[in-house]
Structure formats: C-alpha cells, structure tokens
Design a protein. Structure first.
Length: 644
C-alpha cells in the first residue's frame, strides 16, 4: 500500500493525472457509441446510450447537457428542459447552458400542454426529427369552388400493391375518374377521353403516390391564383415493408428550376395541369402522355407556367421516383461541346506540393488528358523549388506558365489567363485533389446543354466533412455561405440537397467551369472584387443573361481551402471583406441575399442552414406562390458602373 504522506508532491501529482486519464478514457469509451448514434441521426439510440452512461456517471454535467440537446432535437422538449436544469445544477454559471435552458422555457411557454402532441410544436425541429415534424398538418388551403379532376396514373408492371395505395388515396379525395396509362395505346385513349371530358384539371400521378389532406385544394388554388398551366408540391417517402409506415427522406424543392421543368412528369410524383392547355399540346406533340405534359413546361417557356406549393402534399411508397430525374439531359445539346478541349486556369503562389498534387490529379483522373490545356498563373512565387517545378512542367508540356507578380487579385489573375480558343474554361484553386474519375467528360456533358452557363462541384475537406455543397445566398447574416460546410460524411451523403444534381443560386470559384462564349458575354470576372464574392457576382451575372448555374456532386474534389492566400482572420482582412460585400450588395440589390432554391420549410438559421425544419403559415405559402409571377431564377443587376 502506498503511503501518500511519504510521497513527494510530484508523485502525488503524477498519480492524480493517471487517475484523471483513466476516468476520461472510461468516459469517452462509454460515450463513443452515443456520439456515433447522434452523428448518424439515430436519435433514439443516442438518447438510450447517453441515459445508460448517466446511470453510471450521474454527476457528469457535460454529458447531461448533451443529452438535453439530443432530446430537444428529437422534439422531447419537456425532457430536454429537465436535463438542462439538472446540468446547470451540477455546474452553475455556464452562459451557453443558461441560454439553452431559457430557449426551452420560451418554447414550452407558447401553449404546449402535452409533449406528444404534434400540434404543440410551432418552433423549428431538426431534420432528424422529420417524422415528428411531419405529424403536424399542412395549412388549410384557401377556399375555392368545386372542380372536376381526371387522374392519369402511370402504372409500370408489377406494382399492384402500390397502385392500390394510390387509387385509395384518389378515391378518398373524391377523384372518381381515373385512367391508368402504361403504353402508347393508353396515350391515344387518354387523348380521346381528354377531348370528350368536361374536367377542369388533369392530375398526373406516379404509382405509389398518396395524396395528403388538402393536396388537390392547394394545387388547384395555386394554379388558378397565378393563371399557371400546372402546379406541383413537395413530397416524402415511405420505404420498406412491414408495419413501419413512417415518412422519411423529404424532397423539399425551391421554385421549379430549369432542370426540373424539363421533365416535370419525372421530377414530381403529383402534377396538376389545366386540361385546356394539355389539349392544345396534344395536337403539337407526339408520344406518350408524359411527353405532352413535359412539353408544356420545357425549353425556354415562361417559368411562371409551373407554380410550386411549398408544402409536403404527397408521400411516395416504394422506390424513390426522384432518383433519376435530375440526371436526365435536355434536348438542346451542343454536340461540338461534348468533344471540346478544356483550358484549366490555376493561380498559385508557392505551395508547390499542393500545386503538384492538383495538376497530377487533374491529368490522372481525366478521360482525355491530351485535351486539357493547364495554365498556371504564378502570382509572385519566391521559393526555388517552386521555380524548379514550374520550369520542369513547362519543359515537359504538362502546363504553360503566366507570370503575374503583383498584389493578389483572384479575378484579375483568372481574367488575364483566360485567353485561347478552348471552348470550355475551368477556373480552379491550387489546393485541391480531384477525386472523380472522368471529371472532364462529366464537365463537357454538363456544358453541352446550352442552357447551362456554369458548373460547380462538391468539395470536401481532407477529413471527409463537406466544404461546399453549393453557395447559399441570404444565409450567414445575409452573406453568401457554403452550404453544408463542416457536415460529416454520415450527414451530407444522405442529405436531400447536397448529394443531388440541381440548379443552384451560385457555386464557389474554387472549381468553376464555364463555356468561353458565356464567360466573354457577361464581361469576365469583376476585378473590383479581388478576393471575395467574385464567384457569386459571376453566377449572378450568368443568371441575369438567362443561363443557369449547375451544382453537380458527381464532380468531387478534396479542398484545403484558401491555402494560397490564407483565411480572413485579421481586422484588416475583415474590413476588406466588408467592403467587397458592400460592392456586391450595391450591384445586386434584391438578389445578393435571395436564393430561389431554398424551400419555405427550411429554417434558415445562420450557422446551420438546412438542418432545421419550420412550419410555414398559410400567409407565407401564398406569398411564395405569388413569387412565381416572375422568374425567381433570373437575376437583374443594377445598371451602375462595375465595382461601385
């Protein structure tokens, strides 16, 4: 037995540290499963694991507070408040814990009487608690006169059980006129029935889609309110068999983008159209029923022809019908662009190891590396190893060099290097590694669609967490913000926005592909924005000319982010950032902070966008519908001199 009285102070301290280390190892070992469950979104398992741990260590204030936050995410507000109070009792005077407790008390002071009542929750819930959020009914649609609907249900073979769900749903909504369509013969039959019927609307429904209460009322009202040709809404899914009918995987769309309007019969499981407009299209369009419907909205037709209701008005049973919709291409494809050579512009200042890794990955993962022309813009490198590598790469024909030894201006460096006759220009940072095999052909196929002006990529940190899933306009205190930044792989891989090919408001300039004709037409990059917001300004200008910005997660790169110039950390850096943001605001009033891809159901908390769901009111839904009168995707810039 150790005699502590005869021990030196150093020995006593060493034993104390050893005991502390043992305690922390035991603590983190027990909490490992709890944290893994929380990060994966399995809130019930995380709650159980934390409760088991706290039975062993009831005085752990930090773990108690973490359990309170998880309970809050799961919608168990009263239990969360109890644990928050217990945590503060164990360790008082913690401002963040006190603020959390006050917020819970405010939430419970808004008339909630029973924790299990879905109607009691008017505050946002985390996306992991979607089933609880879904239990609250959508707002009641405004009054409208009765109307007749003919339902067209697309029926693939082997889907009888799913068909029964859809038919039962239609009958519950009073839709008794239903036509099942599966081939061209059914299309001719549908054309005859449409011509002879007196229905006001036609409802195209995917087999397995089940309408929610008020769905037809909302769709008909939205179409009538705006004089639109068609109306769509959001949906979610019920997967698997058995008795678990819990809805999951919500598809919360923004205002219908050009990509979704090309094939709305695929993009949306429930689509209501005006019968008179569909009859007129039948006379001009051959093919199946879906071809008639898609022709109503495709191409350059007015975006306001298709109005979106930002409410979950249907649930799709079985496989996700939306998995392939955004992978399709439009008919307007430029064949020459599919074979185009690509100019890759990479500004750099030393960091030769990063530059080597980027250049090697570009060439190694390209299908046709011989059609790449890489141009390195040397912005004042000083290290001898950088000079040696640049000279060697130039001698071997791997890239050419453009020297520009002047203060860093990202816009100017890219502008002066963009000369040549390559039809496609890719602007890329030097601190990245390409992960996508065949990235060059993917970029060509995207830009071969004449309506696409810019293509951006999914960027992740070396740790695997997400760095860029598109650029959000209007988040982070109005400033442009990288979507999903910091989200771990288990979150972003299954997220309904960040892993889906879609039209975005903007993308980062760290990997930005453009057609040369579009780049020249919009006036190149704004050199009054040397560091920040130049990529957002370019995206807004491209959109103002009627082109679209595409985010494609199949283009994947690992990004160190700003290794060339560092981050804005000093007071002077932040001042410059503020000045550049003011230029963006002056030049794009009403657009710099407006993102038409953001659904009304997302609660836009500045630090965690697309992580919380809110409950839209009837008034906010009507205001959203009214925005469809003009194309929400087409930005209009202020006619002032560039950079003022």
């Amino acid at each position: 037995m150790i005699d502590k009285k005869r021990m030196s102070s150093f020995d006593r301290m060493r034993i104390g540290f050893a005991s502390l280390r043992t305690m922390w190892k035991r603590r983190f070992g027990w909490l490992k499963a709890a944290e893994a469950a929380r990060r994966s979104g399995d809130l019930p398992a995380a709650i159980t694991a934390y409760q088991d741990y706290l039975q062993r260590e009831p005085r752990d204030a930090i773990a108690t507070l973490r359990l309170a936050r998880i309970l809050d995410q799961a919608g168990r507000v009263r239990d969360a408040l109890e644990m928050a109070r217990k945590s503060l009792a164990l360790r008082p005077s913690r401002p963040h814990a006190e603020e959390f407790q006050k917020r819970l008390e405010r939430d419970l002071g808004c008339g909630a009487e029973h924790q299990d009542s879905a109607d009691a929750y008017v505050r946002p819930l985390s996306v992991e608690a979607y089933p609880l959020w879904r239990r609250k009914s959508a707002p009641i649609p405004p009054w409208r006169e009765s109307f007749k609907v003919l339902a067209l249900v697309a029926v693939p073979s082997g889907t009888q059980e799913l068909l029964n769900h859809t038919l039962a749903s239609l009958y519950r909504h009073g839709v008794v006129d239903v036509l099942l369509i599966s081939d061209r013969q059914s299309s001719s039959k549908a054309a005859r029935i449409l011509a002879e019927s007196d229905h006001e609307f036609v409802l195209h429904v995917h087999v397995g889609a089940v309408l929610e209460s008020g769905a037809l009322g909302w769709l008909a009202y939205a179409a009538t309110r705006q004089g639109a040709v068609g109306a769509v809404a959001d949906h979610d899914h019920v997967e698997g068999g058995g008795d678990d009918h819990t809805p999951s995987r919500p598809v919360l769309s923004g205002h219908p983008s050009w990509l979704e309007r090309q094939r709305p019969s695929d993009s949306f499981p429930v689509l209501l159209v005006q019968r008179s407009a569909l009859l007129a299209e039948i006379e001009k369009t051959a093919g199946p029923v879906t071809a008639w419907i898609d022709a109503l909205f495709a191409g350059d037709r007015d975006a306001g022809r298709l109005v979106h209701v930002p409410l979950v008005l249907s649930t799709v049973w079985g496989e996700c019908i939306n998995s392939e919709d955004c992978k399709r291409t439009s008919a307007s494809v430029d064949g020459a662009m599919a074979e185009a050579s690509i100019l890759v512009v990479i500004p750099t200042r030393d960091r030769v190891e990063d530059l080597m890794a980027m250049v090697n990955s570009l060439r190694r993962r390209a299908v046709r590396p011989q059609d790449l022309r890489i141009r390195v813009v040397d912005n004042g490198s000083r290290r001898p190893e950088t000079s040696a590598y640049l000279n060697l790469g130039c001698e071997r024909g791997i890239f050419d060099i453009l020297a520009c030894d002047e203060p860093f201006n990202w816009s100017r460096l890219n502008n002066i290097a963009a000369f040549g006759d390559e039809p496609i220009i890719l602007f890329a940072n030097n601190d990245m590694i390409v992960e996508s095999i065949g990235w060059d052909d993917r970029l060509r196929r995207n830009l071969a669609q004449k309506e696409i002006g810019i293509v951006g990529a999914k960027l992740t940190y070396p740790t695997g967490s997400l760095q860029h899933g598109g650029v959000l306009l209007g988040g982070n205190g109005e400033r442009p913000y990288h979507e999903g930044v910091g989200a771990p792989p288990e979150v972003w891989v299954s997220h309904p926005r960040w892993n889906r090919r879609r039209i975005a408001a903007a993308v980062t300039g760290a990997f930005m592909g453009l057609r040369r004709d579009v780049f020249e037409a919009v006036g190149r990059f704004n050199e009054a924005l040397p560091v920040a917001y130049n990529d957002v300004d370019m995206c807004l200008r491209v959109r103002s000319e009627g082109f679209h910005v595409l985010y494609d997660p199949e283009l994947h790169l690992v990004h160190g982010e700003s290794l060339t110039r560092g981050k804005l950390v000093t007071a002077d850096d932040r001042l410059i950032d503020d000045q550049h943001f003011q230029i963006l605001k002056n030049y794009w009033p009403g657009h710099y902070n407006y993102d038409p891809s953001v659904n009304l159901n997302w609660d836009q908390r500045p630090l965690r966008p697309f992580r919380y769901l809110s409950y839209p009111s009837q008034e906010s839904v009507l205001a959203w519908i009214d925005q469809a009168q003009s194309d929400p995707w087409r930005s209009q810039r202020k006619r002032t001199p560039l950079g003022t």
